[in-house]
Design a protein around this ligand. Structure first.
Ligand code: GAL
Length: 418
């Protein structure tokens, strides 16, 4: 059941605090490494669908065409989902000239790319800097220019480049017991593919996948990355989603237009995630300005899952043009309160209950002062669509693993924090 937000507020009167509307959003520090010139620089986090989380090794040409069809017919395309990304297991053999071909599951990649493009969508592909991908298929080691050229000829718009065997086969072999040099080899490999992609002249989104090693957020922009995985793999369980969410704390200063932290693809609609957990996962990826790559079985999507994935108000948080990733401001017991500054001085607040149900016997009390906000605020609940009034110290009933996500278009800020 959806969390019920009590509208019976226990308001605190702190008369000495003054408030000002629409104070300028807090300036965040610039990323450490300046982004290199980018042919494809997504000004908002990329949105689309990726085959791995549901299909894994079973993906084929039909699954990709079906996904493209469904993005259109479900309204997801209209809501912003654009990329249809083929993950691992499409790769075949190299020919005598070293040109990589697809395997039997993908008989004609240019025709598939044309099909996806004909729907007004874009298409993504996957490879590894190592000799083999994580699923043991052909990687790009020593063939970076050739593979980038092949992708461009096929009409590919997005590349996910996954470290995989490069660790064992190159880093550990070329620099045994020397972790720093291993990391340098890894960074060089990512830079090599960046140059190869740029040399094609085709704008191709460049997505790094090396599980956040060596603080990739510090150097990702310098190798032309548009996004980089900031964690190990996601799974369709609450525990995994919540661990990844908390790992993003402190990374907000590294993300911004053209270069995004990627807490991994969405599991909304997968596994045994409850509706509350799906809602919280989606809400919090929006708060994190995360790429929104759905990973579910689109042709068999339940209406309530479609409703989550197409919630325009939540998507607007993710796609906010300011591009500031949200941050956790405080936790109280098992409830976390995050905020995200939005364009035009607006603000999103998310209250996540990671514990068991909170009833009115022992509700959660929202502390607006800790958020730098005055005692009373007008907001919109983005899951009910209703206007709500927030009061400092208000009582919230929150179901287990559920979220309250609100948008304040004109937050009344405290002139100074208490
Ligand atoms: C993993 C990666 C997954 C998926 C998989 C494919 O390393 O994190 O997202 O791409 O490889 O083999």
């Amino acid at each position: 059941m959806r969390a019920f937000v009590s509208l019976s507020f226990a308001a605190l009167a702190i008369a000495s605090l003054t408030a000002s509307a629409q104070a300028p959003a807090k300036m965040l520090a610039a990323p450490q490494a300046a982004p290199k010139e980018q042919l494809a620089a997504p000004q908002v986090p990329p949105m689309g669908w990726n085959s791995w989380n549901y299909f894994a090794g079973k993906v084929d040409d039909k699954a990709i065409r079906d996904a493209a069809d469904q993005l259109v017919s479900s309204g997801m395309k209209d809501a912003g989902y654009t990329y249809v990304n083929i993950d691992d297991t499409w790769e075949g053999e190299r020919d005598a000239n070293g040109v990589l071909h697809t395997n039997a599951k993908f008989p004609d990649m240019p025709a598939l790319a044309d099909y996806v493009h004909s729907k007004g969508l874009k298409i993504g592909i996957y490879s590894s800097p190592g000799p083999k991908t994580c699923a043991g298929y052909e990687g790009s080691l020593g063939h970076e220019e050739q593979d980038a050229k092949t992708y461009a000829e096929w009409g590919i718009d997005y590349l996910k480049y996954d470290l995989c065997s490069f660790n064992e086969q190159v880093m550990k072999k070329q620099a045994p017991n020397d972790r720093a040099n291993q990391m340098r080899l890894m960074i060089d490999a990512y830079s090599r593919m960046d140059k190869a992609l740029k040399a094609t002249g085709r704008p191709i989104i460049y997505s790094l996948c090396q599980y956040g090693w060596d603080s990739v957020w510090e150097w990702g922009p310098s190798v032309g990355a548009n996004l980089w995985r900031s964690t190990d793999d996601i799974a369709p369980t609450w525990d995994r989603v919540y661990v990844i969410l908390n790992q993003q704390e402190g990374l907000e200063k590294y993300s911004g237009p053209g270069h995004w932290n990627d807490p991994d693809m969405l599991e909304v609609g997968n596994g045994k995630l409850s509706l509350a957990e799906n809602r919280t996962h989606f809400s919090m990826w929006a708060m994190l300005a995360a790429p929104l790559l759905a990973g579910n079985d689109l042709p068999n999507m339940r209406p309530e899952i479609k409703a989550i994935l197409t919630n325009r108000d939540v998507i607007a948080i993710d796609q906010d043009p300011l591009g500031h990733q949200g941050a956790r401001i405080y936790s109280d017991g098992e409830v976390d309160v995050w905020t995200r500054p939005l364009s035009g001085g607006a603000l999103a607040i998310a209250v996540v209950n990671a514990g068991s149900d909170r009833y009115l016997t022992h509700p959660f009390h929202l502390n607006l002062y800790k958020l730098g906000l005055a005692e009373t605020q007008s907001a919109k609940d983005l899951w009910t669509g209703k206007a709500v009034e927030l009061k400092d110290n208000m009582s919230l009933e929150l179901a287990s693993h559920d979220v309250l996500l609100v948008r304040l278009d004109a937050p009344m800020r405290l002139a100074s924090r208490p």
